[in-house]
Write a protein that binds this ligand. Structure first.
Ligand SMILES: Cc1cc2nc3c(=O)[nH]c(=O)nc-3n(C[C@H](O)[C@H](O)[C@H](O)COP(=O)(O)OP(=O)(O)OC[C@H]3O[C@@H](n4cnc5c(N)ncnc54)[C@H](O)[C@@H]3O)c2cc1C
Length: 414
């Protein structure tokens, strides 16, 4: 067992590692480069909109067992709200048609047999064709495994996979798409109930994790950016933070839980994903009209998912690299127009904020998936964590939490 574990990076992977280790009585120190924990899953007070907003609305599914287990462990299960049913309302802005994908509550895909529960103009056999995705094959672009076209793909598979992979699904890794489907839709409605964090990501995922780690004796050091690891033979011996060094004793260990580009600057020989995809989120300070469901899928618009919270309307665009040349004000206008087309809101745009995350996730392509390292490194006391490590899942909260738990287990066993 390590004596002290230094965790570099206070995102969800680092926090999950800290929770796993501190909970087992190991002294943990989390070193975070910025002034707050949470990384790509965080809330902040935004002066422009006058709201506390999330960098992006995050969805969990009931099949995300590691993420929900993490929330339960840190006492935050009540800070996410799960829908009673796996029902996803959609609107198609090209036709104005509204419909809902109703996956029901059971394990069997009986929804595909019922025209009222599946997408319009689709037949049960269209979904059977998509199920070919489940046949294990060498990792290839999804478009080489199934036909990425037709109403069942466009209206069901594409929106769900784009949200999970943050990469155009036809070019995305078939292995990662299969993992998403295997852990969600293939397990039926029970695994697909969506969860949101209405009081914010930091309130649900970050602050309770920090409190848990501190309660178990762990400490946090903010504004501490790791620059280099000094190594001798097979172990890391020192951490260089630029403004000071920390000795890593013979019984100590390190979890590197930073994004892949940061990991590569610390360990130049590391192979890691180096291509990324953007996500755009817009938040509007307005009380939504009554009677709307919390989330709405949008087809043939700019916004892909629109969320109706008590005090705001938020919208997400995944794989959003094509929007990166737009200004925030332009994006707010484009997205607000979509909101106006789906909900009875005023013409005048309310106070708003747009968050553009250029490197929101690694590109979930076969080539990038092949670059993901495991937990183990060339140094016996250095473990890797992060949504980009080889968890078998795309870059999601579930992947980040699993990677952190795995790094903690690895160090406890080595
Ligand atoms: C806009 C957006 C929307 C998303 N939506 C969803 C969703 O709906 N559902 C879902 O499951 N997932 C979603 N994700 C993905 C999810 O946020 C990530 O998978 C997860 O937060 C990654 O956690 P992580 O700990 O691996 O990495 P990060 O969150 O990137 O954490 C790494 C941490 O390391 C710190 N750091 C970097 N360099 C150093 C250094 N040298 N020294 C010390 N610290 C350092 C960083 O500041 C950061 O805090 C979304 C992501 C974004 C950006």
């Amino acid at each position: 067992m390590p004596r002290t574990v230094h965790i570099i990076g206070g995102g969800l992977a680092g926090l999950a590692a800290a929770v796993g280790l501190a909970g087992r009585g190991i002294a943990t120190v989390v070193h975070e480069a910025t002034g707050q924990a949470g990384g790509r899953c965080r809330s902040y007070d935004d002066a422009a909109s006058g709201m506390r907003i999330d960098n992006g609305t995050h969805i969990l599914l009931s099949g995300n067992t590691a993420a929900l287990g993490f929330l339960a462990r840190i006492g935050a299960a009540s800070l996410v709200t799960g829908a009673a049913k796996a029902r996803f309302p959609f609107i198609d802005l090209a036709t104005k048609q509204r419909w809902a994908l109703d996956l029901g509550v059971g394990r069997l895909p009986t929804w595909a047999l019922d025209p009222r529960r599946r997408a319009p103009n689709t037949r049960a056999r269209d979904y059977v064709a998509l199920a070919r995705l489940m046949w294990p094959t060498r990792d290839r672009p999804l478009g080489e495994v199934i036909s990425c076209g037709g109403p069942a793909y466009e209206q069901v598979m594409r929106p769900l996979l784009l949200a999970a992979l943050n990469t155009d699904p036809s070019a995305a890794s078939s292995a990662l798409a299969r993992a998403v489907v295997r852990e969600s839709i293939a397990r039926g409605g029970t695994a697909c109930r969506p969860y949101l964090a209405p009081r914010g990501l930091s309130a649900a995922f970050v602050e309770p994790a920090i409190a848990y780690v501190r309660h178990h004796g762990g400490t946090f050091r903010f504004g501490r950016q790791l620059r280099r690891c000094m190594v001798a033979a097979d172990a890391v011996t020192e951490l260089d933070f630029g403004d000071g060094r920390v000795t890593v004793g013979p019984d100590d260990a390190v979890v590197l839980a930073v994004p892949p580009y940061a990991a590569r600057s610390i360990i130049p020989q590391l192979q890691a994903p180096d291509e990324f995809r953007a996500i755009v989120n817009a938040h509007f300070r307005i009380v939504p009209p009554p009677g709307l469901e919390p989330m709405l899928g949008v087809l043939n618009g700019a916004a892909e998912w629109i969320f109706f919270f008590e005090d705001r309307i938020s919208a997400t665009i995944s794989g959003a690299d094509r929007f990166m040349q737009h200004t925030k004000a332009e994006l707010a206008q484009i997205i607000w127009r979509d909101v106006q087309r789906v909900a009875d809101v005023p013409a005048e745009m309310p106070p708003w904020q747009v968050v553009r995350e250029r490197r929101a996730t690694f590109a979930a392509t076969p080539a990038q998936n092949a670059r993901r390292p495991g937990v183990r490194t060339a140094w016996r006391n250095l473990a890797l964590a992060g949504d980009w490590t080889d968890t078998g899942l795309p870059a999601t909260i579930e992947s980040a939490v699993r990677s952190g738990g795995r790094a903690a287990d690895f160090l406890m066993q080595s």
